[in-house]
Design a protein. Structure first.
Length: 141
């Protein structure tokens, strides 16, 4: 999910992933039980991981992570957050999250260019938001 702060920046989390045994910069995410409402799950996950409720959750599209090995896909959302998180919620450390970073569109794309941001879910959310005109914010004319 792509969490957009009130000032237009994106909130990233630094998350330890056991599969790679590395820390990754990525957007928050979670998985729903089969049949669960995706938007409600996204809203719950964002509040659990960053401690800030979403003012709005927008479905962006679906992501088939590995069409050669998986059946079905994952839903990608944009969440407009009510405010910037002040500190890590209690559950963040339990989720393997140790740091938050609010980044501008330029900082976000520089992290992609530098190879510091390569998470497939984050990149898919960025691409969907960009082609739908939802992020990055455009300058007022």
């Amino acid at each position: 999910m792509l969490p957009v702060l009130p000032d237009g920046r994106i909130l990233l989390v630094r998350h330890f992933r056991h599969a790679t045994r590395r820390w990754h910069w990525e957007t928050p995410r979670g998985f729903a039980e089969p049949g669960a409402d995706g938007a409600a799950t996204a809203a719950r996950e964002i509040e659990e991981e960053v401690g800030v409720p979403a003012d709005e959750v927008i479905f962006l599209g679906a992501l088939d992570v590995d069409t050669g090995a998986e059946v079905g896909g994952d839903e990608i959302y944009l969440a407009r957050l009510a405010r910037v998180p002040e500190e890590h919620p209690a559950g963040a450390a339990e989720e393997g999250i140790d740091e938050f970073r609010a980044v501008t569109a330029d900082e976000f794309t520089q992290m992609i260019r530098d190879g510091r941001l390569g998470d497939a879910f984050t990149l898919a959310a960025y691409a969907y938001a960009q082609v739908r005109g939802l992020w990055p914010p455009t300058a007022a004319a």
